[in-house]
Unconditional design. Structure first.
Length: 215
C-alpha cells in the first residue's frame, strides 16, 4: 500500500473551465499584440494605447529608419558614372584628365558662382540637388524648409566613389561649408516625412561649375 496524490475527478478542470482559460489566454495575447507589439514595432496603433505609453513613436521611428535605409539603398543602386568620366579608350581619358587639371583647372580655379533653388516636396516625396565640384573645392551653403521639417543626407558621388558628409532627421534648416572629397557630384537629398507639403530653399556660393536637380 502507498499514499497516492492522484486528484479525484471532481478536482480535475472541466471542459468548460479549460475552454474559458484558453479563451482568456487568446484574448490576453491579442490585447498585448494590438496595444504593445504593433505600436512598438510597426507604428500601428489602432487602440491609441501605444501612443499613451510612448510606444507608437518608437514604432514610427523604426519604420521611418527602415524606409530611409531602403531609399538610400535604391538611390545607390540607381547611381551611374557621369558621362564625362566614361570614355572609349585609355589614351583619350588620360589626355582629357591632363587637359582638365592643367589647362581648364588653372583658368577656373578662382572662379565662383552663386545660386538659389527651391523645390516643393509633397508628403513622402524626396528630391536631390548636386553641385559639380573638383576635389578640394569649397562651397558655402544654407537651406531651409521654410517652417517645415525634412530628413536630409549630404553626400557625394563620382568616379566610382561615394561619401556621406552628414545626415539628419526632422530638421528645419542647415548651413555650412561643403568641401568636395573627390571630383564629382556633391549635394543634398531631402525627404518630406510630414503630412503637409514642404518647400526647401537652397542657397549656394563657391567653387563649383554647375548645380542641378538629380531627382
Amino acid at each position: 500500500m502507498y499514499n497516492s496524490d492522484t486528484p479525484t475527478r471532481a478536482e480535475l478542470p472541466t471542459s468548460v473551465q479549460l475552454l474559458k482559460s484558453t479563451a482568456i489566454a487568446i484574448v490576453s495575447a491579442a490585447a498585448i499584440l494590438v496595444a504593445i507589439v504593433l505600436p512598438a514595432e510597426y507604428g500601428i496603433d489602432p487602440t491609441g494605447a501605444g501612443r499613451l505609453l510612448g510606444l507608437a513613436e518608437m514604432g514610427e521611428i523604426k519604420t521611418q529608419l527602415a524606409e530611409e535605409a531602403e531609399a538610400d539603398k535604391q538611390r545607390d543602386a540607381q547611381r551611374t558614372p557621369q558621362p564625362a568620366s566614361v570614355v572609349p579608350d585609355q589614351e583619350s581619358s588620360l589626355f582629357q584628365r591632363i587637359f582638365t587639371e592643367f589647362v581648364v583647372g588653372s583658368a577656373t580655379a578662382q572662379e565662383t558662382r552663386s545660386d538659389e533653388m527651391s523645390i516643393t516636396l509633397t508628403p513622402g516625396e524626396g528630391a536631390e540637388i548636386k553641385l559639380i565640384m573638383m576635389k578640394g573645392a569649397q562651397a558655402n551653403y544654407s537651406w531651409t524648409a521654410n517652417g517645415g521639417l525634412v530628413n536630409f543626407d549630404t553626400h557625394g558621388d563620382g568616379g566610382g566613389e561615394n561619401i556621406s558628409y552628414e545626415k539628419g532627421r526632422g530638421v528645419g534648416e542647415d548651413e555650412g561649408v561643403l568641401e568636395a572629397a573627390f571630383d564629382g557630384n556633391h549635394g543634398w537629398f531631402w525627404r518630406n516625412r510630414t503630412d503637409a507639403d514642404v518647400t526647401v530653399t537652397l542657397r549656394t556660393s563657391g567653387a563649383y561649375t554647375n548645380i542641378k536637380r538629380m531627382m
